[in-house]
Design a protein around this ligand. Structure first.
Ligand code: PEP
Length: 265
């Protein structure tokens, strides 16, 4: 059974002081919130301070990217070993902003995935189609390619630990979320492919979370869908109270779906 996971992607927002203030407030707010994993992803500069502020709490810390080499002459890059050392336990990989603005490809995503596991990080691997691709009815082909190439060479034990974030590009930062039915269809498809390519057990344990204009008022509908195991939240995670609402409403929707079973999806 999968415990729902709600992760906040802060993108290029928040100074060290702002990150620490947020995490201190969040840890207090979620200290008695069970049945859900809560993660925030500060920019690299604030990962260590945020991890210190989150120590011994229910809040996990993610980096927003990594470079696949362990160390070397790679000016401007940060390795998996480095973000793990700074206190991150998770890392977002292949976010659509990395793909469209910074030239990330399925092949480079794949190298980062292997590096994340090697560094002891749990990857949050982002996949999803553009609006053009959806309109041309290529969504499933795009997901196939991103899963096949991005996860190539990973073992079933790694897939079991992985978080896949289905993030339709047309829904990110646009205020236009996928409908619950669209999310359910894509998540079901991703799970089916994971089952075919990595085995039933790994597919059952892998989290498939949704991202794209998640807000406090749409999270319950999204998380009431089968195979939606949580959310990757951008803009609405920047305010701690809004993020808390998403965490609790998402967790409650998952519970209702399970007929009241304690916090598993
Ligand atoms: C994201 O950054 O992954 C994201 C989904 O952003 P937003 O929630 O703002 O659409």
């Amino acid at each position: 059974m999968r415990i729902p996971l709600i992760a906040g992607n802060w993108k290029m927002y928040k100074t060290v002081a702002e990150a620490v203030k947020y995490v201190k407030e969040l840890r207090g707010l979620v200290k008695d919130v069970d049945g859900v994993e809560v993660v925030v992803a500060p920019p690299f500069t604030a990962v260590h301070a945020a991890a210190e502020a989150a120590r011994n709490s229910n809040v996990g810390i993610a980096a927003q990217d990594l470079y696949w080499e362990r160390e070397g002459a790679f000016t401007g890059e940060v390795s998996g070993v480095m973000v793990r050392d700074a206190g991150a336990e998770y890392v977002i990989i292949g976010h659509s902003e990395r793909r469209t603005l910074f030239g990330e490809t399925d092949a480079s995503v794949n190298r980062r995935m292997a590096a994340a596991f090697a560094a002891g990080l749990c990857p949050i691997a982002c996949i999803g189609e553009t609006l053009d691709q959806r309109e041309r009815q290529e969504t499933f082909d795009v997901l196939d390619r991103q899963i096949k190439l991005g996860l190539d060479g990973l073992g079933s034990d790694q897939i079991a630990q992985l978080v896949v974030a289905y993030e339709p590009v047309w829904a990110i930062g646009t205020g236009r979320n996928a409908t619950p039915a669209q999310a359910a269809e894509a998540h079901g498809y991703i799970r089916k492919r994971l089952r075919q390519w990595f085995g039933a057990e790994a597919a059952e344990l892998c989290h498939v979370i949704y991202g794209g204009s998640v807000k406090p008022d749409n999270i319950a509908d999204l998380m009431s869908q089968p195979d939606v195991d949580g959310a990757l939240v951008g803009g609405a995670s920047l305010d701690v109270r809004s993020f808390l609402d998403i965490v609790t409403r998402g967790r409650d929707a998952a519970r209702r779906r399970q007929g009241g079973a304690a916090g598993t999806v």
